[in-house]
Design a protein around this ligand. Structure first.
Ligand code: CP
Length: 300
């Protein structure tokens, strides 16, 4: 049976994988990356909405000299039920050199083909263990670009800690020496939330008024539509007044999209770096595709 590697959780990226992606992304950023792969065909199986991840991997495929194909819905007709996610994904994997998938369901269990002719990268999955590992990688790259080494830093995360991007980030940051993670959230958003094992000892709650002075990063994760009342959403909004009280050297970012978690006035502040970080994400995605195509930093 053929079995390509699967990068579902950020934990599937070893420290060596992450360090390789960071170094390779920097070479892409500076235009110094020698070609490593030859004209790969990248399958993008996005059965759930995405702008940045889908478009970013499509752009990354082109930038490393490859092409991409898109699958945006399962085969169905008026007289037949949709084909299973498993069979849809297995089919795409048979046609491509690497697949990036966002299924709207877990990238695990019955959805995950046991026979895998190509490596598979999670573009953000759902379920109790849902993660968004490539978002965490591009966050790490972008924050390191702005701040240098993150070891010993304090990072604040504002919003719903159950979001997949937050789950992956909470698993990744302690591996790279972040000393303290401060959560700005609401009790109802912590319902059913399990602290990721690696982050257990370094996460604590705070409010806007008692954010530590040494906070280096404010990550505006957002709150899913309908999860809390409008008033409670306001409690987790970065307003110009709140931002004015925060350190001048703070880096504010977001995985995007920003809906209402950063006010228009606050968005104009130069400390808000979300689009700059989104731009840097291209280089991280180029490196992730190469890592998957090579099977790992040492060629699998
Ligand atoms: N950050 C992110 O995953 O954005 P998309 O949902 O647009 O891909």
């Amino acid at each position: 049976m053929i079995s390509g590697r699967v990068w579902r959780s950020i934990d599937d990226f070893s420290d060596a994988d992450v360090e390789w992606v960071m170094a390779r992304a920097e070479l892409h950023r500076t235009g110094l990356a020698p070609p490593l792969v030859s004209q790969p065909l990248v399958g993008l199986c996005f059965l759930e909405a995405s702008l940045r991840t889908r478009l970013g991997f499509a752009a990354a495929a082109g930038r490393i000299g490859g092409r991409h194909i898109d699958v945006v819905r399962r085969r169905e007709s008026e007289i037949s039920r949709p084909e299973s996610i498993h069979d849809t994904l297995r089919t795409v994997m048979g046609y491509c050199d690497v697949v990036v998938a966002r299924l709207g369901e877990p990238l695990a269990g019955p959805n995950l083909p046991s026979e895998r002719p190509a490596p598979l990268v999670n573009g953000g999955d759902r379920g109790p263990d849902g993660e968004h590992p490539t978002q965490a990688l591009l966050d790490l790259f972008a924050l390191s670009h702005d701040l240098g080494d993150l070891a010993g830093r304090t990072v604040a995360i504002c919003g719903d800690p159950r979001m997949r991007a937050v789950t992956s980030l909470l698993r990744l940051l302690p591996r790279f020496g972040v000393e303290l993670i401060v959560l700005l959230t609401l009790p109802e958003l912590e319902r059913g939330w399990r602290r990721p094992a690696g982050a257990d000892g370094i996460v604590r709650r705070a409010s806007w008024s008692d954010l530590p002075r040494e906070t280096a990063v404010l990550y505006m994760a957002g709150v899913p539509h309908g999860a809390v009342s409008l008033e409670d959403r306001g409690a987790l909004t970065l307003t110009a007044d709140r931002l004015a009280a925060l350190p001048r050297e703070l880096v504010v970012t977001s995985p995007l999209p920003v809906i209402d978690e950063i006010s228009p006035e606050a968005r104009a502040d130069p400390r808000v770096r979300a689009f700059h970080h989104s731009d840097l994400g291209l280089f991280t995605r180029m490196a992730v595709l190469e890592l998957a195509l090579l099977g790992g930093p040492t060629g699998g």
